[in-house]
Design a protein around this ligand. Structure first.
Ligand code: UDP
Ligand code: MG
Length: 309
């Protein structure tokens, strides 16, 4: 049994594989721990898988899982944690934005008694302006409405001890927002700050829309406030409507019938219509996720596995 499992998700990263592994080896070598490196090829359409197989000739501790198609990074990490045999597991991006040299610090923190160690980004220098604005808004919203606390700047560069790995593997949900799940299981969490490096090669897999989707996945997995808020909105609007109704009745009694009223009618109808569509949309978002959960499909399919007994 290895002591450490390093989990790396790959999606079209063939150009960086060699460089990545050769920055990782010296770090792991100095640790004096036995290790395995679990590479999850998340349905790459380039030669990532062949490059990994080639690299395996030089180190048999490299284990490779190939997904049948692209299932997404969260699923790749889930798969890695399920396959990990180590006492601890570390997940890390494979584009060298997460410096492998930080691994000893994560392990040091684990030795101090933390069951989960997040490497948190000290700044967001490598992100664009808009991206930064949205992630700040996301974290602020998350902190306010979610039922759990997630460390600011936490990404998927993270150390899990065996307890945490088993806990996360025991969660059956399909909508896997890993940063949230790790916080949710609740064991003692520590953080180690680091500077995110620019991408080594290739380009980011995240479009703006994918990030928005991801953000709502996170919020909806850990908060029901977007659903419940409509009760309050509904109550408020009904109260306002009642007050306005009363005013209209009094107005009619005192001043008589007054035909013009188009503007107030239109405003009322449009406002209520908009509110109803919005609330229906939010309910739809949650329902879509319930739909995914009740179908209970397997999270992923593996097309090839190399190096696992
Ligand atoms: N990744 C993955 N599956 C995907 C998208 C990304 O396994 O569908 C991997 C990718 O290879 C990289 C990590 O997840 O190792 C982070 O992705 P990326 O660098 O594109 O995201 P960013 O750093 O821009 O947030
Ligand atoms: Mg990246």
């Amino acid at each position: 049994m290895p002591e450490l499992s390093l989990i790396l998700p790959f999606h079209n990263e063939s150009a960086g594989v060699h460089h990545l592994l050769h920055r990782i080896y010296p770090v792991l070598g100095r640790l004096g721990m036995s290790y395995e490196i679990i590479c999850v090829d998340d349905g790459s359409s380039d030669s990532t898988f062949d490059t990994l197989i080639h690299e395996r000739q030089f180190d048999q501790r490299l284990k490779i899982v190939r997904f049948a198609r692209n299932f997404g990074k969260e699923t790749a990490l889930t798969c890695g944690l399920q396959m990990a045999k180590g006492q601890i597991a570390i997940t890390m991006d494979s584009d060298l934005q997460h410096p492998p040299e930080l691994i000893p610090e994560l392990i040091q923190k684990w030795r101090e008694g933390f069951a989960l160690v997040h490497a948190t980004r000290a700044s967001r220098k490598t992100d664009g302006c808009l991206h930064r604005l949205f992630s700040r808004a996301f974290y602020a919203t998350f902190r306010t409405i979610a039922d759990i606390q997630m460390p600011e700047g936490a990404g998927d560069f993270c150390l899990y001890d065996r307890k945490t790995i088993d806990a996360i593997n025991a969660l059956p949900e399909r909508n896997r927002f890993m940063k949230g799940l790790t916080a949710w299981v609740g064991f003692k969490q520590g953080t180690v700050p680091f500077e995110v490096e620019p991408r080594d090669s290739g380009h980011s897999n995240w479009s703006f829309f994918r990030l928005v989707r991801f953000a709502f996945d996170g919020l909806s997995s850990f908060s029901t406030l977007p659903l419940r808020i409509w009760t309050w909105c509904g109550a408020l609007v009904s109260f306002a409507a009642m007050a306005y109704g009363m005013y209209l009745i009094l107005d009619t009694i005192i001043y008589g019938i007054d035909v013009p009223g188009y503007a107030s009618l239109m405003v009322g109808i449009l406002f209520l219509g908009g509110l109803q569509l919005l609330s229906l949309g939010i309910i739809g978002e949650y329902m879509a996720r319930i739909f995914t959960e009740v179908k209970a499909r397997p999270l992923y399919f593996v097309s090839e596995k190399v190096g696992f007994e």
